[in-house]
Design a protein around this ligand. Structure first.
Ligand SMILES: Cc1cc2nc3c(=O)[nH]c(=O)nc-3n(C[C@H](O)[C@H](O)[C@H](O)COP(=O)(O)O)c2cc1C
Length: 333
């Protein structure tokens, strides 16, 4: 059986009307205290109608782990009501909404971070500076912050959670041997480096239950020798599959380097490699801007869903074009 972009799919218990997903896209418009503003309500509401799912931009689970000084957060109960307005704006189109929960670790914004933490005292670059290694108690504090963020996500009316374990942020820092040189139970072999992710996931599951959709965004390569590989990630994630409802496959971000060739669909081979080892849906993303390419990926069973990002920033109707027109928009991406 092969699928097209227009076919419905389930992410766990959640029905999506089609397989096109709005990728998380930071708006850089949060207030000093990480509250969303009217822009966010309008922005997401305007783009929600045609996609099967909206994943909200990276949302900080801790005041100490914001990715940007103008991102949004979910680290106090006061954040719930304004976030609910965004969920309502998306739901007005009968489209479900996820929040992407994140902690920046060593890539937390220096402008708004009091105490920068990471698995190990290895700086991303001079701008961010050297982080403080998390103590065992500090790890438990962050895990509790994820749990509370999950609780607030449900209270704010969202339909699911995407755990941000990609792009060099805190969970990715634990996974990769390039940023995690700990000698305790959270560092060393693959199982130990995956322990933080596992405990975050289990804490979230303990809060929301198994029926609530939880997906994971990963970087399938660090683009650097000695870094995380797709093969190692597969080994790390296989024991967690029963707790996940989809895997969203991105790449890079751990180091201040760019992939040498960012061509159309450049991350699809990573999604396809992951998909071979899992039964839950896999989401492909990255320069997939035409209907024919999206459908080919689905038909060839390289992925189960397609996420689009940048085109939706400039053209709020891009999803409609992709779903209804045969490649008339290929030059607009
Ligand atoms: C302005 C901008 C903001 C982004 N914000 C996030 C984010 O908050 N979380 C995340 O995981 N990825 C983020 N991304 C990455 C996108 O989700 C997506 O993976 C990337 O843009 C590739 O897809 P595309 O070629 O369709 O744009 C962002 C990308 C852009 C261009």
């Amino acid at each position: 059986m092969t699928w097209t972009l227009d076919d419905p799919i389930h992410l766990g218990s959640l029905h999506l009307k089609n397989r096109l997903i709005m990728a998380p896209l930071q708006q850089y418009k949060g207030t000093f205290d990480a509250f969303p503003i009217d822009h966010h309500i309008e922005h997401y509401g305007r783009r929600a109608k045609h996609v099967g799912l909206v994943i909200l931009e990276s949302t900080a689970i801790s005041s100490n782990g914001r990715l940007w000084s103008n991102d949004i957060g979910i680290f106090t109960d006061q954040h719930v009501a304004p976030l609910r307005k965004i969920a309502d704006a998306i739901h007005a189109h009968q489209t479900p909404a996820f929040i992407q929960l994140s902690h920046g670790g060593r890539k937390s914004s220096p402008e708004v971070t009091n105490f920068m933490v990471a698995p190990s005292a290895i700086a991303f670059d001079d701008h961010y500076g050297t982080p403080e290694p998390l103590s065992l108690a500090g790890i438990q504090t962050v895990i509790e912050e994820y749990r509370l963020a999950a609780k607030r996500t449900v209270e704010a009316g969202f339909d699911g959670i995407e755990i941000h374990a990609a792009h060099g942020f805190l969970i990715h820092q634990f996974l990769s041997p390039l940023s995690n040189i700990r000698l305790d139970d959270y560092g060393g072999n693959s199982e130990n480096r995956a322990r933080f992710l596992k405990e975050v996931l289990l804490a979230i599951r303990g809060e929301v239950g198994r029926q609530y959709p939880v997906t994971l965004r990963i970087s399938a390569t660090d683009y650097f020798k000695g870094g995380l590989t797709t093969e190692e990630l597969v080994r790390m994630l296989q024991p967690l599959e029963c707790e996940l409802d989809a895997i969203h496959v991105s790449t890079g971000g751990l180091l201040p380097i760019q992939p040498s060739d960012v061509h159309t669909g450049y991350q699809v081979p990573y999604a396809a490699a992951i998909k071979q080892h899992f039964h839950i849906p896999v989401i492909a993303v990255g320069k997939i801007y035409t209907r024919s390419l999206a459908n080919r990926i689905l038909e060839d069973q390289l992925a189960d869903c397609i996420a689009i990002g940048s085109p939706l920033l400039t053209d709020p109707d891009y999803a409609e074009c992709l779903l209804t027109h045969e490649d008339q928009v290929s030059s607009r991406g």
